[in-house]
Write a protein that binds this ligand. Structure first.
Ligand code: FRU
Length: 482
């Protein structure tokens, strides 16, 4: 079975073989979700960068198709986006029904922005003869075009990562682009080069009369967990400029784990849904998986919510559709105080979802030890440090860690106890990843792990005191590859 290796994710997208990094060209069109991705079709290291292609009707089951865009005399095909031009604004299509337009960076001697178009739902593409549509203005790192339709100013807007800032361009026809503004040189984190920007609008606390724009930017290196990661800014986009909210101060990290990069939303979808590359540039090329290298996160829905301290923050949850892979719960617990580790007898699972609510008591720390093996000595700890107020994932003893010196570690997300004295954890365990959504997705930690296939035990634990398990359910997750 092509999708059955020890470290092959069972419900996260991976290419059948070879290298993958960023999600690209994500678009919902004619009933299909398209996921293109940075791909080396000829090897399991970065190189020959092309756009791989997969489609899904339900966001859960993916089918890999032929490579969509291949390098040419202008260079490799770096990250970008796709817009459904359903009224043929571009004039690139033979009829008013239009088609798909892809925006990518050509990475040759310099980086510039180019387009290609497709009349057969993304299966085959024609590169535009008028390329580049945005020539290089003399900036070395000038890439990752994300194009959205901006309703209020009736134009398409392109975001580009330009070294240490984001540049905005506007267009009516997807071919001619005018410079609008730039943002970010003196705000946020700047430990590395900025890459793969995103811009989207969301209601605050579900109130559609109070919408905010979210500008998301990736950075490599210098992120919170080390290496590459994402940050976001909240504010207003007026069709020309992004203006950050005065109340939005400091740095907002997207994910406190090490493995969530280059997140991109589906253009054209009814809901805000994004996916990211589940890896880190620090060690991506050394990840011990064969014959593929690189995985995507689950698709996540996004919302903005005001937290207890009155601050608006980005909240992420796996899409509802992930529940389609849930099996009947194999373990349940309710209103039970624990102070000693509780070993789940004959648990024997590699892929599952834990849904738990804890009433914080005297225990200094509590949570779960997943993908445990008595014989292997392996375990990944996903817990809450009540003493210091953070959720964490400890992968120091998770399995194979020695492929790179910066892989092993403990990652932490500051997390407050809710007003009713509880914290919640929703944990998705797969063959080579652990994603923790804490307090309803207010804090997220995404991390790869490489445990033995035989490390399948699970333990609930508390340290130095008691914690009350208000509720706990564990659902096995079936493979999406069947
Ligand atoms: C982000 C990135 C992009 C670039 C692509 C190359 O991970 O570095 O900036 O377009 O990967 O594969």
């Amino acid at each position: 079975d092509a999708y059955n290796q020890a470290f092959r994710p069972q419900y996260h997208f991976t290419p059948q073989s070879n290298w993958m990094n960023d999600p690209n060209g994500m678009v919902y069109y004619n009933g299909e979700y398209h996921l293109f991705y940075q791909h080396n079709p000829h090897g399991s290291q970065f190189g020959n960068m092309s756009w791989g292609h997969a489609v899904s009707e339900d966001l859960v089951h993916w089918e890999e198709l032929d490579v969509a865009l291949q390098p040419d005399e202008h260079g490799m095909i770096f990250s970008g986006s796709v817009i459904a031009d359903e009224t043929n604004e571009s004039g690139l299509f033979p009829t008013d029904e239009g088609g798909l337009v892809a925006f990518y960076t050509s990475a040759g001697d310099t980086q510039d922005q180019r387009i290609a178009y497709s009349t057969d739902e993304g299966r085959t593409w024609t590169k535009y003869e008028g390329n580049p549509v945005v020539p290089n203005p003399g900036i070395v790192d000038f890439r990752d075009p994300k194009v959205i339709w901006h309703e209020a100013s009736s134009q398409f807007v392109m975001l580009l990562a330009a070294g240490n800032k984001i540049m905005f361009y506007g267009s009516k026809n997807l071919r001619d682009w005018d410079y609008l503004s730039e943002y970010g040189q003196d705000v946020g984190a700047h430990g590395g080069v900025w890459e793969t920007p995103e811009l989207f609008q969301l209601p605050v606390d579900g109130n559609t009369k109070n919408e905010k724009w979210v500008l998301q930017v990736d950075m490599n290196p210098g992120s919170i967990a080390g290496g590459s990661g994402g940050q976001y800014f909240l504010g207003e986009f007026n069709g020309k400029e992004f203006i950050r909210d005065e109340k939005d101060q400091g740095i907002n990290w997207v994910d406190y784990g090490k493995d969530f990069y280059a997140a991109q939303l589906f253009n054209g979808a009814e809901r805000p849904i994004w996916m990211a590359w589940m890896s880190n540039w620090e060690y991506a090329s050394a990840i011990p998986t064969h014959p593929f290298r690189g995985a995507m996160s689950m698709p996540r829905t996004l919302s903005l919510q005001t937290d207890q301290s009155g601050e608006v923050q980005l909240v992420q949850q796996p899409v509802e559709e992930m529940k389609d892979l849930r099996m009947e719960p194999v373990y349940e617990m309710a209103d039970k105080t624990i102070s000693e580790p509780v070993q789940l007898s004959s648990f024997d699972r590699q892929t599952y979802e834990v849904v738990a609510e804890f009433k914080v008591g005297t225990a200094r720390e509590f949570g779960f030890r997943v993908r445990q093996g008595t014989e292997t000595g392996e375990q990944t700890v996903v817990g809450y440090d009540a003493e210091n107020g953070y959720m964490f994932t400890d992968r120091q003893y998770s399995g194979v860690t020695d492929f790179h010196p910066s892989f092993s570690g403990v990652y932490r997300a500051p997390t407050k106890i809710k007003e009713n004295g509880t914290v919640t954890m929703r944990i998705f365990v797969d063959r080579s990843s652990v994603e923790l959504f804490a307090n309803g997705g207010e804090e997220v930690l995404t991390n790869r792990i490489f445990p033995s296939l035989t490390s399948k035990d699970l333990q609930i634990y508390a340290v130095d005191g008691e914690v009350n398990v208000e509720s706990l359910k564990i659902y096995p997750i079936e493979s999406s590859w069947k």
